[in-house]
Design a protein around this ligand. Structure first.
Ligand code: NDP
Length: 281
């Protein structure tokens, strides 16, 4: 069994694991911090070294938690954070990045994303991202919740072609991106980060997934993740505050779904047959 984590190569040739650690809803409750930090460290120990966070999560609480979790081992980790759309002006983006760096006690964010489109012109946000990149404050930049039309518009903005990733809602029950956005990104080497890859936990209770998992003595969450890990250029970022589930999710890389499994998944979760507007959580 090949249990090495698949990887994704970003446009600047940086190689990252195709499985990361989500942090939404972490860092909100001091009483849970110890458990959440343990879960993140379990992930890093097991090679899940990409961490996804945002200034929005826990109003900075998630970034502070990440800062604690990676303390003393910053170099092992590929750090992704996001600027809130209402901060995403030329100056606001740079100031928001500085605040995120301070909260995470690091000098650099490896991949910095615009969380979703807001009122600030894309050209301003991209200008700020490019400046942060020149300063070495960020390694690369990307976007989130951008549908195909948004991506096309981004490509027209000066520097827009430097976009390294688009983080979108993508899992078995949300396959719309497979119609056009995913192939469009794959063709250009723009990584697609699949958020809510277990549909916020509900795919772990799905009968089809339970059935497929049984044949492998695996779990339904692992099947949901394996489905994404099969795809080129896709990075799945499940969140768990439990070290045991982080370990379970890591083992999804061992699952090799057969053509029959994939056909059963297609029957239960039909792939899109027409353009489908991007959904958001
Ligand atoms: P996920 O699909 O990752 O599901 C998380 C939920 O599933 C949690 O309740 C978790 O519970 C549970 N879970 C995790 N692993 C297992 C398992 N093996 N078996 C059963 N249940 C499990 O949803 P998220 O919405 O959190 O998405 C993941 C990440 O994507 C976020 O944390 C965030 O970083 C990012 N994101 C980005 C968005 C954007 O707009 N860019 C929007 C939404 C998410 P528990 O923690 O208790 O183990």
């Amino acid at each position: 069994i090949d249990d090495t984590l698949p990887t994704v190569t970003l446009p600047d040739r940086v190689v990252v694991p195709a499985l990361g650690l989500g942090t939404w809803q972490m860092g909100e409750d001091a009483g849970k911090a110890e458990q959440e930090i343990a879960a993140l460290r379990e992930g890093i120990d097991r090679g899940i070294t990409l961490i996804d966070t945002a200034e929005m999560y826990g109003e900075g609480g998630a970034e502070r938690l990440v800062g604690e979790a990676i303390s003393g081992r910053r170099d092992e980790v590929f750090l992704v954070s996001k600027v809130h759309p209402w901060n995403a002006s030329r100056k606001g983006t740079i100031a928001a990045c500085e605040r995120s760096l301070t909260r995470m006690k690091t000098g650099r964010i490896d991949l910095y994303l615009l969380h979703w489109r807001g009122e600030h012109p894309l050209a301003e946000t991209v200008e700020a991202f490019e400046e942060l990149r020149r300063q070495g404050r960020i390694g690369a930049w990307g976007v989130s919740n951008f549908d195909l039309a948004d991506m096309r518009e981004l490509m027209e903005v000066p520097g827009g072609e430097n976009c390294a990733a688009n983080q979108v809602l993508y899992n078995l029950s949300r396959r719309g991106v497979e119609y056009d956005l995913l192939p469009w990104c794959q063709k250009r080497g723009i990584a697609v980060m699949a958020y809510s890859p277990i549909e916020q936990g509900s795919l772990a209770r799905n009968d089809t997934l339970i059935h497929i998992a049984k044949a492998y003595q695996a779990t339904p969450a692992q099947v949901a993740l394996a489905f994404l890990l099969e795809r080129d250029g896709v990075i799945a970022i499940p969140k768990s505050s439990h070290a045991s589930r982080v370990a379970e999710n890591r083992e999804a890389a061992k699952l090799d779904l057969t053509d029959d499994d994939l056909a059963a998944l297609d029957a239960a979760f039909p792939p899109p047959s027409r353009p489908t507007p991007l959904e958001m959580i």
